[in-house]
Write a protein that binds this ligand. Structure first.
Ligand code: PLP
Length: 456
């Protein structure tokens, strides 16, 4: 895993990085890893050190690095025609919309954008406009959950339920309300699953009533809260939310930016719960990160009111690069790989295997909970089992550092409220082999065990 040759110029790149590059979200980082190549599940930095890409980049490189057919599809498309705007249409966009429908298993219209944030912005605008031109213009609010992340742009950030991400950017968009998450390990209602009334779902009904049902346009949620700490709801939660939305005529918007395209062990995360959303947003796994592209899938019936001939009844939203021909071609090649290599099934298998291999950690004093959804995994670290006090930052850094030292990149997620960023996350590429899975599990176990080994 190490011992490779440093790539020449590494020092120079680092000094230029320090001079010119502003990194995303992380506190000022003077020592970033500079990645220069990727092959399958492995990436190599400028020092020549190889790492297993245990987070698939940022929850996205599902088919792994270095895929010939994707590169070829991009090349061919660039040669054929690079770009045309989506006021008209083009073949890759048409084929991809058909393919997304096949994956969703229901009848949706597809609106393309560039990023997960864009896709959610589009969902909010479409929902508001839908009610405007269907006789309920007062419906404009959205209900989301604390701990959720829906993106960085103003609307998507307004829907996000993590205070620290919003601080210093407020005021954000009006009309976004938050309810507690379905977090059984730390039930916000003091209940125990099995003996509860799903108060977490009822909180959505309460919020609709308190806000006034005729003011609420939509409920937005991921099938499971991923970046907010891998919070997996009880199986009855999402069906109950669907019921509540139907009861009050509220649209159910499911954010599949991470869970979609196989990560959940099904084609989409909402398939795990048997619900049909009104709007589905998707990004990352759509192209496995090879090219920027996102989509907002809108139930076909909802689209009808946008076809009316009255002035301005169409969706007045354009995005120059949304639905870029090359990105659509890349997405088609990516989905072909997922299908041919049966990676959705592989994802379910990887999750089950990973869960079993990590079982030994359940009794570890610093492991509070282990949660899996398909092949995405969260290990919640605590100071001790009884108090459930979130593990201190130094313990998190120690585990992440030890994994990195051993050649495994893992994530650190949770709420950005200080002290609650205590969940180690794993989101391995769906092509991970059995040996590689053993490496991931063995490394994480060793890194967590090192916590107690180093204690007096
Ligand atoms: N929604 C979810 C659930 C996400 O995890 C993310 C990004 O991590 C987004 C939306 C925003 O996507 P993007 O970073 O592509 O704007």
């Amino acid at each position: 895993m190490s011992g490779e040759q440093p790539v020449s110029g590494a020092e120079e790149w680092l000094s230029k990085d320090r001079k010119y590059v502003w990194h995303h979200i992380s506190p000022h980082n003077d020592n970033p890893l500079i990645f220069v190549s990727g092959d399958g599940c492995w990436i190599t930095d400028a020092e020549g050190k190889r790492y297993f890409d245990g987070m698939s980049g940022l929850w996205c490189v599902n088919v792994g690095h270095g895929r010939e057919t994707i590169a070829r599809a991009a090349y061919e498309q660039m040669k054929t025609i690079a770009y045309s705007p989506m006021m008209q249409s083009h073949v890759p966009a048409i084929e991809l919309a058909e393919k997304i429908n096949e994956w969703l298993g229901s009848d949706y219209r597809i609106f393309y954008s560039n990023s997960g944030s864009d896709a959610n912005e589009v969902a909010f605008k479409i929902a508001r406009q839908h009610f405007h031109q269907n006789g309920e213009p007062s419906r404009h609010k959205f209900i989301a959950r604390h701990r959720a992340y829906h993106g960085s742009s103003f609307g998507a950030l307004s829907a996000t339920g993590q205070a620290q991400r919003k601080l210093k950017y407020e005021p954000l968009g009006a009309g976004f309300e938050h309810v507690p998450p379905p977090y059984c390990y730390r039930c916000p209602f003091g209940q125990t699953y099995g003996n509860c009334k799903l108060e977490c779902a009822e909180a959505i009904e309460d919020a609709i009533n308190w806000e006034g049902a005729d003011s609420v346009a939509g409920v937005i949620m991921e099938p499971v809260i991923t970046g907010g700490g891998m919070i997996v709801p009880p199986p009855e939660y999402l069906p109950k939310v669907r019921e509540i939305c139907d009861k009050y005529g509220v649209l159910l918007i499911i954010d599949e930016v991470i869970c979609g395209f196989g990560r959940s062990g099904e084609r989409f995360g909402h398939h795990n719960y048997g619900v049909v959303p009104d709007i589905v947003t998707m990004a990352k796994g759509l192209t496995s990160g090879y090219s920027p592209l996102s989509a907002t899938a809108v139930r076909a019936g909802l689209y009808d009111s946008f076809k009316a001939k009255e002035a301005n009844s169409h969706f007045r939203h354009v995005n120059t690069f949304g639905g870029n021909q090359v990105s659509c071609a890349v997405a088609l090649a990516n989905l072909a790989i997922l299908e041919e290599e049966r990676l959705v099934e592989r994802s379910a298998y990887l999750g089950q295997e990973l869960g079993q291999r990590l079982q030994v950690l359940r009794t570890h004093p610093h492991v509070g909970d282990i949660r899996l959804f398909g092949s995405a995994c969260g290990i919640e670290l605590v100071e001790d089992h009884a108090s459930k006090v979130p593990a201190a930052a130094d313990k998190m850094l120690s585990v992440i550092g030890e994994c990195r030292r051993r050649g495994l990149l893992v994530g650190k997620n949770g709420d950005t409220v200080p002290g609650f960023n205590n969940i180690i996350t794993l989101c391995p590429p769906l092509i991970t082999s059995d040996d590689e899975l053993e490496f991931i599990a063995g490394t994480v176990i060793a890194a967590i065990e090192a916590l107690t080994a180093s204690q007096p």
